[in-house]
Design a protein around this ligand. Structure first.
Ligand SMILES: [Zn+2]
Length: 105
């Protein structure tokens, strides 16, 4: 599954969709696009005490993914075995949260 991002028309930097200005050249000419979501787990944390709306889902993992395209994004991990450097890719976007799954590549 592709990951939605913004790309700077001026310098081609890849940015989070929440950005309104390029963090490299400050241009506001950004376009919505999608990039490959494959990456590796860079860091993670296990959530035991969650906000009320997620309390019934504990324990769950929040992971920081270093995408092959260079960007680092945070998301949830659909699975129970988390290790640094595990290859992952985006599986779904739910309530504006990214859910990643492990891949075998
Ligand atoms: Zn730029």
């Amino acid at each position: 599954m592709k990951l939605p991002v913004k790309r700077c028309k001026h310098c081609q930097s890849i940015l989070y969709t929440s950005k309104y200005h390029c963090t490299s050249c400050y241009s506001d000419e950004l376009e919505l696009t999608e990039i490959d979501s494959k990456g590796k787990i860079y860091s993670y944390t296990k959530i035991h005490a969650a906000p009320k709306q997620f309390a019934d889902q504990t324990p769950y993992y929040i992971i920081l993914v270093h995408l092959d395209q260079g960007l680092r994004v945070t998301g949830r991990f659909n699975g129970n075995q988390v290790e640094i450097n595990t290859p992952v890719e985006l599986e779904e976007i739910k309530d504006r949260a990214y859910f990643f799954k492990a891949t075998t590549a």
